[in-house]
Design a protein around this ligand. Structure first.
Ligand SMILES: [Zn+2]
Ligand SMILES: [Zn+2]
Length: 418
C-alpha cells in the first residue's frame, strides 16, 4: 500500500491525499489552494495525471480547499460526498452561476454519489472506506476510516470538538474506530495556538447580549457555517430580533433544517425573515416592521453594496458589525487580506464586535489539546501524518512516529509526503 500526500502537508488547504494498492486507488479530498495563495493551481491536465487512474474520490466536506477541483476529475471516476453537502454545493454554484459560467461544476455535482454515515463503501473489494460524522464549520462533514491490505487508516478531514456536536467526537472514536495503524490528521491550529478557543454556545450568549444593546446588527460570517448561523438564529429567537436573510441564505438554511433539524432543535431554522426581492427592505411596510423589531442579518464578503444601502434606510440607531470570521481577512497588507472585508469594516468605524477578540468567532478546527487527545485515543501503531497546517507548524507526538515531508518505507507501507 502507498499513501501519498500530494498537497496539504505544508499549507492549509489544497488537500489531496491518495491511498493506493496494487488493485485500487482512492483519494480523500481534491481541494483548491485557498484564496490568496501564491501557488499556481493545478490544471485539468495535471489533475488527470494525478487522478486519471483512480477508482473513487471521497470528499470530507464542501469547503473549497477540500472539494474545489471536483469538476476537473474525469467523468469515469466515482465521486462521493455527504448528501447534505452535495445540496449545499448545488446552492453555492447555482448562486455563482448567475454571475459567471459554473455549468461544469454543476454538471459534476449532479454526478456526485451521496454516502451515508457509517456505511462502509467497498472500492473494487480491496479498499474499504467508512465515513463518520465530525463537527466542523461546514455542515455534513466527515472523517474517514480506510481499511486495506490489513491496515487501518484514519483520515480526520477538518474537525473540532468545541462546536455544538463536537462532544460526539471521542465516543465515535471509541465505539466505532478504536486503534488504527496510521493517523492522517489536520493541524490548522498548530500554527495558531495563541488563538483563543471560544465555544459556539458562548458566541450565542455574547450575541444575545449584543442584540439587547443594539437594534441593527450585520453579522459578517460564512453563509454555510451551520453552527454560527444556529448561534445567531437562537440569539434572535431569545431577544425577539428578526433573523433577516436573503434568498440564497434562506436556501442554505432550508438544507440545514432538512438534514440536521432532527439532530438538534438548534438546526431548525424556523424563525427566519426572508427578503424575497432585491431591496424589498425599502418597501414601507417592511421597513417599518424591521425598524420596529430590529434585526441581525448574516452578510457575506460580497455584501458591501447591500450594507451600504441598508445603513441609509435603517438610520434611527447606529448599526453595528459583528465580525464573525478569521482575523486574517481583515489584516490590511497581509497575505489573506480581503478588500471587501476591509471596506465593510470601514463602514462601521468603531462599531465592531470583533471576532475571536470579543468572543464572536471561533475556529472550525481542533485546538492543540484535542489533536493530542485524538492521537492518544486511536494510538496509531505505525505513525501520524499531519496535514492542513502552516509551513513551520510542527506536529509533535510523544507516542507516535510523525511522518513529515519525505519518502518513508515502513511495515509494508510506502508513505510519500510533499
Ligand atoms: Zn480545510
Ligand atoms: Zn473546512
Amino acid at each position: 500500500m502507498k499513501i501519498t500526500i500530494h498537497r496539504g502537508a505544508n499549507q492549509i488547504g489544497g488537500c489531496i491525499t491518495e491511498i493506493a494498492t496494487e488493485e485500487a486507488k482512492v483519494f480523500i479530498d481534491f481541494g483548491c489552494n485557498l484564496p490568496g495563495s501564491k501557488k499556481e493551481e493545478l490544471t485539468a491536465k495535471e489533475v488527470d495525471e494525478i487522478a486519471g487512474d483512480a477508482d473513487a474520490i471521497f470528499y470530507s466536506h464542501y469547503h473549497g480547499d477540500h472539494v474545489g477541483l471536483h469538476h476537473l476529475i474525469p467523468v469515469r471516476i466515482a465521486q462521493y460526498m455527504g448528501a447534505g453537502a452535495i445540496d449545499i454545493m448545488r446552492c453555492k454554484y447555482d448562486a455563482l452561476n448567475t454571475h459567471q459560467d459554473f455549468s461544469q461544476q454543476l454538471t459534476a455535482i449532479k454526478r456526485m454519489i451521496p454516502f451515508k454515515e457509517r456505511e462502509r463503501i467497498a472500492v473494487k473489494n480491496n479498499i474499504f472506506v467508512t465515513p463518520f460524522f465530525v463537527s466542523h464549520s461546514a455542515f455534513d462533514a466527515y472523517m474517514f476510516l480506510i481499511e486495506c491490505d490489513g491496515k487501518r487508516i484514519l483520515h480526520t478531514g477538518d474537525f473540532r470538538r468545541h462546536g455544538y456536536l463536537g462532544k460526539g467526537l471521542f465516543p465515535t472514536l471509541e465505539k466505532f474506530i478504536g486503534k488504527v495503524d496510521i493517523l492522517i490528521t489536520e493541524g490548522t491550529m498548530l500554527g495558531r495556538s495563541q488563538e483563543q478557543v471560544v465555544t459556539e454556545h458562548q458566541i450565542q450568549l455574547n450575541t444575545i447580549q449584543a442584540l439587547r444593546e443594539h437594534k441593527y446588527v450585520f453579522a459578517l460570517c460564512s453563509s454555510t457555517d451551520i453552527d454560527r448561523l444556529a448561534s445567531f438564529h437562537a440569539a434572535c429567537k431569545k431577544t425577539g430580533r428578526l433573523f433577516l436573510v436573503d434568498a440564497y441564505q434562506r436556501r442554505v438554511l432550508d438544507v440545514f433544517s432538512e438534514y440536521s433539524g432532527s439532530k438538534s432543535s438548534l438546526y431548525k431554522f424556523d424563525n427566519v425573515f426572508e427578503l424575497r426581492d432585491h431591496k424589498s427592505y425599502r418597501i414601507e411596510k417592511i421597513t417599518n416592521y424591521l425598524r420596529d423589531k430590529g434585526f441581525l442579518m448574516p452578510v457575506r464578503m460580497n455584501s458591501l453594496w447591500l450594507i451600504e444601502d441598508m445603513v441609509q434606510v435603517f438610520n434611527d440607531e447606529a448599526p453595528w458589525l459583528l465580525y464573525s470570521m478569521w482575523s486574517g481577512y481583515a489584516e490590511g497588507g497581509g497575505d489573506n487580506a480581503n478588500e471587501n472585508v476591509i471596506a465593510i469594516r470601514h463602514l462601521f468605524e468603531n462599531r465592531i464586535l470583533d471576532g475571536v477578540k470579543d468572543g464572536f468567532h471561533t475556529s472550525g478546527h481542533a485546538d492543540v489539546a484535542t489533536l493530542s487527545e485524538i492521537c492518544q485515543a486511536v494510538s496509531p501503531s505505525i505513525g501520524t501524518i499531519p496535514i492542513h497546517k502552516d509551513v513551520g507548524a510542527n506536529y509533535k507526538s510523544r507516542t507516535s512516529r510523525v511522518f513529515d515531508e519525505g519518502f518513508f518505507k515502513t511495515d509494508g507501507i510506502e508513505i510519500e509526503v510533499h
